[in-house]
Design a protein around this ligand. Structure first.
Ligand code: FAD
Length: 502
């Protein structure tokens, strides 16, 4: 392996992969991607949900093995609070309740593709105050177009069926007033392609595109190392000169020189690596925000005869979702991102209907935009089992957040009345459940101490150190963040390309 690359990218999730692809497509730079986790089932970063159920379970076990072996038990899920398959919890506050200061459900993934090997692929564009005001709309929209092409975002991944049509039409009737045409209730934009038995979900293989094979990478001067931990970025004053890497199989430590360094290691571990490297701007790890989440179930139109309209039968319980609809965020009266998943089975146990009817049930998930505060943050204290700074999360809801959760109950009732009837009470999920952690290395319009990076994601005061991921997002968003993070990576990669050329 070369000991110098034009750019080293830490993290192989959708964001690290987008940096690599953009730079490979627009420059002749040599690129190294380093990933701490392994290639699950040798599947090359595919979305694990595309694997056959037996293989998928092996992949989940492999993902869990990383956590058990490498994080000194941090990964063991508490019985009362299970990590989503493919993820592991930051255990330190796993036992606290949703009302405590802390983020009990905080989780991460370590494998080729990061969380992007496990995600559910909802890719809405942000709207209104979710958007980043200091990036011109034309620039952001052009970056969204590229991000959507990298992730392969489409709106017709699921075959049309009576249930999803009913949902979208009812929501347009009751929630469509005063909304622009692109912010109307609609099928969810999903990162996938159409397949015989339903969508084939985008993983990081799709984002890598032409870099998704050893031959493709070789042709584009790109090297991918899995099971390789970045321990720190080597800094010389304001310049990143390389990275210190540890081969997690052999334990061997080496230094690789770099012209540019990109850290795309998720919203928790990107700040962790910066801290470990002695780069510690005031805003680092602060402004942590997760999207408070409320879920409920709605039985559709009790007075309609649904016989014959019922959703397809699926044999795989985990993927029993036959359509996803989207009710977008709107400033003022709808400060939520709502997604409705039609389900043949439910994550919440359902009592059998007394009349044995076949009426469809949708799961309604509301994500709220959280009030952003500097005191919601990652605290670094001591060392973790990998020798990196140990993380503790200080995090809580404000009075405004609690009011918003109360409003969420009203919205659930209103959506329920629009579509049919709500089953049971809405459930507020523990902090961290959204897996959409943002703000911890956010971009900003000026170096005033409230941001870590400039609008092109370069760390303030450095000449060649870039960050990527949901932690870059500075606004209070309710929508799923990956599309935005990938778009910001495209803007950042273009900045690197222009500096490299210059
Ligand atoms: P990640 O995908 O988390 O990748 C970061 C990688 O960096 C990891 O593989 C990690 O091992 C590696 N890394 C960290 N530290 C180091 C180090 N020191 N050295 C080397 N490597 C390191 N988002 C949406 O927008 N829509 C959805 O519908 C959605 N659904 C989801 C469902 C599930 C079940 C999960 C788990 C996530 C979901 N998400 C969703 C979140 C989405 O997956 C993340 O937003 C996305 O993966 C973030 O990409 P990333 O590249 O920034 O980070």
């Amino acid at each position: 392996m070369s000991e110098r690359f034009d750019v080293v990218i830490v993290g192989s999730g959708p964001v690290g992969a987008a940096f690599a692809r953009r730079l490979a497509e627009t420059t002749r730079m040599s690129i190294l991607i380093v990933e701490a986790g392994r290639d699950l089932m040798g599947s090359g970063g595919t979305n694990i949900r595309n694997l056959a159920p037996a293989d998928r379970e092996i992949a989940y076990t492999e993902a869990r093995d990383f956590a058990l072996a490498r994080t000194d038990g941090l990964a063991i899920p508490d019985a009362a609070l299970k990590a989503r398959p493919g993820t592991f919890l930051l255990r330190h506050d796993a036992l606290s309740t949703p009302d405590d200061r802390g983020m009990p459900a905080a989780a991460m993934s370590s494998n080729l593709g990061g969380m992007g090997a496990h995600w559910t692929c909802a890719c809405p564009r942000p709207g209104d105050s979710e958007r980043i005001g200091f990036i011109p709309d034309t620039v952001m929209d052009a970056a969204f177009d590229i991000a959507e092409s990298y992730l392969n975002v489409i709106q017709d991944g699921f075959p049309a069926n009576a249930t999803t049509s009913f949902v979208v039409e009812a929501l347009r009737r009751d929630f469509g007033a005063d909304r622009a045409s692109d912010r109307q209730p609609q099928p969810m934009p999903l990162a996938c392609r159409k397949g015989q038995g339903g969508p084939i979900w985008s993983g990081v293989d799709v984002v890598l595109g032409p870099l998704d094979s050893p031959e493709g990478r070789a042709a584009r001067r790109t090297t991918l190392l899995t099971e390789t931990l970045c321990r720190r970025v080597v800094m010389d004053d304001n310049r990143a000169t390389g990275v210190e890497l540890q081969n997690l199989t052999t334990g061997e430590i080496s230094v690789v020189e770099a012209g540019f360094v990109v850290i795309a290691a998720d919203a928790l571990r990107t700040p962790q690596l910066l801290f470990a490297s002695g780069v510690r701007p005031d805003a680092l790890g602060r402004y942590l925000n997760d999207q408070p989440q409320v879920i409920s179930l709605i039985e559709l139109a009790p007075d309609r005869d649904w016989q014959g309209d019922s959703a397809r039968e699926t044999t795989d319980q985990r993927d029993n979702v036959t359509g996803v609809s989207w009710l977008p965020f709107k400033d003022g009266n709808f400060p939520f991102h709502a997604q409705l998943m039609q389900m043949d089975t439910s994550p919440i146990p359902l009592e059998p209907r007394a009349d044995g009817n076949g009426r469809p049930v949708v799961g309604l998930g509301l994500f709220a935009a959280k009030e952003i505060r500097a005191e919601d943050r990652i605290v670094f204290d001591g060392e973790d089992a990998l020798g990196l700074p140990r993380m503790r999360l200080e995090y809580g809801l404000t009075a405004a957040d609690r009011e918003k959760l109360r409003l969420a109950s009203d919205i659930v009732a209103a959506v329920g009345a629009s579509l049919g009837q709500v089953i049971g009470d809405p459930i507020v999920l523990p902090a961290g459940t959204s897996l959409h952690y943002q703000g911890t290395h956010r971009i900003g319009p000026s170096d005033d101490g409230t941001s870590v990076c400039d609008p092109a994601s370069k760390v303030w005061g450095t000449s060649n150190l870039y960050l990527g991921g949901n932690g870059s997002i500075p606004t209070a968003t309710a929508c799923n963040p990956t599309l935005t993070a990938v778009a910001l990576a495209v803007i950042a990669a273009d900045d690197i390309a222009s500096r490299h050329a210059g």
